[in-house]
Design a protein around this ligand. Structure first.
Ligand code: KIV
Length: 277
């Protein structure tokens, strides 16, 4: 969604992210799924907004990220892009490719990445996996669509893992992750999310790559950080993993506001004369 003739702030691009890594500036990314939240995030100075397939959990209430479809991701992405455009247009918008939209074949992956990019003006797509998706990443980047990778705990593989435990604690999986990160960089990925892996390994991966790493539960040595917006705002009261820092307790704020509204309606103190025509 590059802009720049409108007097708005310069849009964060793949090149911009690379420059941030080279300058040692940390990249701040958050998820968003709707217009209003995207406006708030963009004007608050976030560098990138991920339209995560976590929408499947936090927006639609599914147990996993698997059920969300390409069309549903496009619906969320359109709203987020409009939100960013309505504010400073600075944040880069990256959209998750959902489960089974890129695993079948490189051709299928190109078709779906193209559909996601074509139906709204987002900046990039994100895909989970290393060597297995390398051909698809190469084909997609070759036609001009930037790809962010995702390694470590990959929620689309949750049924394979059987739990949301920390990944790559053991030598073999750690070695595979280091190799997968190299393969993604060589295939053209512009950045890689590292989810729930030991900090030391995330540091090694980050130093071994030219492209930036964005961590979630991967410690402070990543080149940037990402959190699910509902978690960091305390909207989700049941989810307390160690890697989430709660910056607000919005669930309580909303509950208090709604209880006050219900009480006011019951005693007929809302609306007042000033609030009526
Ligand atoms: O879908 C998502 O929100 C993500 C983040 C957890 C990185 O992939």
């Amino acid at each position: 969604m590059p802009n720049s003739s409108s007097g708005k702030l310069p849009h964060v691009t793949t090149r911009g992210m690379l420059d941030m890594k080279q300058r040692g500036e940390k990249i701040a990314m958050l998820t968003a799924y709707d217009y209003t939240m995207a406006r708030i995030l963009d004007r608050s100075g976030v560098d990138a907004i991920l339209v995560g397939d976590s929408a499947s959990n936090v927006f639609s209430g599914h147990n996993t990220t698997l059920p969300i479809t390409v069309d549903e991701m496009i619906y969320h992405a359109k709203a987020v892009v409009k939100g960013v455009q309505a504010e400073t247009s600075r944040a880069m918008v990256i959209v998750d490719m959902p489960f089974m939209s890129y695993q079948l074949s490189a051709e299928d992956a190109v078709r779906n990445a193209g559909k996601i990019m074509k139906e709204h003006e987002c900046d990039a797509v994100k895909m989970e996996g290393g060597k297995v998706i390398a051909e698809a990443v190469k084909r997609i980047t070759d036609i001009g669509i930037p790809v962010m990778g995702h390694l470590g705990l990959m929620p689309q593989s949750i049924y394979k893992y059987g739990s949301y435990k920390v990944r790559a604690k053991e030598g073999d999986e750690a070695k595979q992750l280091m190799e997968d990160a190299q393969i993604l960089e060589e295939s053209g990925a512009f950045a890689i999310v590292l989810e729930k892996i030991p900090s030391k390994l995330a540091g090694e991966v980050s130093r071994s790559l030219t492209i930036p790493t964005i961590g979630i539960g991967a410690g402070p040595e990543c080149d940037g950080q990402v959190l699910v917006i509902n978690d960091m705002l305390g909207l989700n009261t049941e989810f307390h993993p160690r890697f989430v820092r709660r910056y607000a307790d919005l669930a309580s704020v909303i509950e208090n506001a709604v209880q006050s509204y219900v009480a006011d309606v019951r005693v007929n103190s809302f609306p007042s004369e000033d609030e009526s025509y």
